[in-house]
Design a protein around this ligand. Structure first.
Ligand SMILES: NC(=O)c1ccc[n+]([C@@H]2O[C@H](COP(=O)([O-])OP(=O)(O)OC[C@H]3O[C@@H](n4cnc5c(N)ncnc54)[C@H](O)[C@@H]3O)[C@@H](O)[C@H]2O)c1
Length: 217
């Protein structure tokens, strides 16, 4: 059984070593296709693979068509929009993702960008601090929850709206729930947007007046 890791942008060595250990301990063979620039290389590599692990690499119908033995595709990441689910289903291939796995790393980056932004992109002029500011989270999923946890350490007052998470669940996490997206922009100084579905959040204009002076999409 062959497990193919196909990554245009490779995983860190420590991650590949970990995958190798698990795969080989279980008697499977690991094949690596890293930094490929020609999709034909992926077509060739996937031809005899039983399992495929990717990052944001596109697993299109063409990739699936070239796979003769494939049983499972795993997208190492939160979303799965780079997988052609219809093509997988048609060939009985299981498609999986890894929700939540790197959400803390994303949340730390959000906070880093937030500091950078309110400090005027480090242009040498004085900016402002985050303590006491109202942070709005548009979506309260894995990333949103981690941002809330870290932001509270900064002394921020955290608000959230999520189309699918009820207000009481948001309040349980010590975060103020607001009624809708516009209320978030009207209430908060800064908003971090991490929805699973972008168009519903970005296709409508923001409310006017909007209190939020900074928005991280
Ligand atoms: N976690 C990561 O490693 C990572 C890395 C890069 C990018 N992203 C992106 O960040 C986003 C969030 O990731 P996550 O891990 O928190 O996902 P998640 O699935 O845990 O949470 C997404 C949240 O968005 C909510 N949501 C969906 N539609 C909404 C809408 N219209 N308005 C408000 N809320 C809405 C869902 O109810 C859910 O709670 C995704 O788009 C993901 O692709 C995540």
């Amino acid at each position: 059984m062959k497990v193919l890791v196909a990554t245009e942008k490779p995983f860190a060595k420590i991650a590949v070593d970990g995958i190798r250990e698990v795969v080989e301990k279980n008697g499977y063979e690991l094949a690596l296709l890293e930094k490929y620039t020609d999709v034909n290389d992926l077509y060739k590599a996937v031809a005899d693979a039983d399992a495929l692990i990717v990052r944001s690499d596109k697993v299109t119908k063409e990739v699936i068509d070239h796979a003769n033995n494939l049983k499972i595709v795993v997208r190492a990441g939160a979303g799965y929009d780079n997988l052609d689910l219809e093509a997988c289903t048609a060939k009985g291939i299981v498609a999986m993702n890894t929700p939540g796995q790197n959400s803390n790393a994303v949340a730390e980056l959000v906070m880093g960008m937030l500091v950078y932004t309110v400090r005027n992109f480090y242009n040498g002029k004085s900016g402002s601090e985050l303590m006491g500011k109202k942070l709005g989270l548009l979506a309260f999923g894995n990333v949103g929850r981690n941002v809330a946890r870290i932001a509270k350490g900064f002394g921020m007052d955290v608000y959230a709206f999520d189309e699918f998470v009820p207000a009481d669940k948001i309040e349980e996490a010590g975060v103020h729930a607001v009624a809708n997206r516009d209320a978030l922009f009207e209430t908060c100084d800064v908003v971090s947007s991490r929805p699973a579905t972008w168009s519903a959040c970005t296709s409508r204009p923001l409310p006017r007046p909007s209190r939020a002076s900074t928005t991280l999409w």
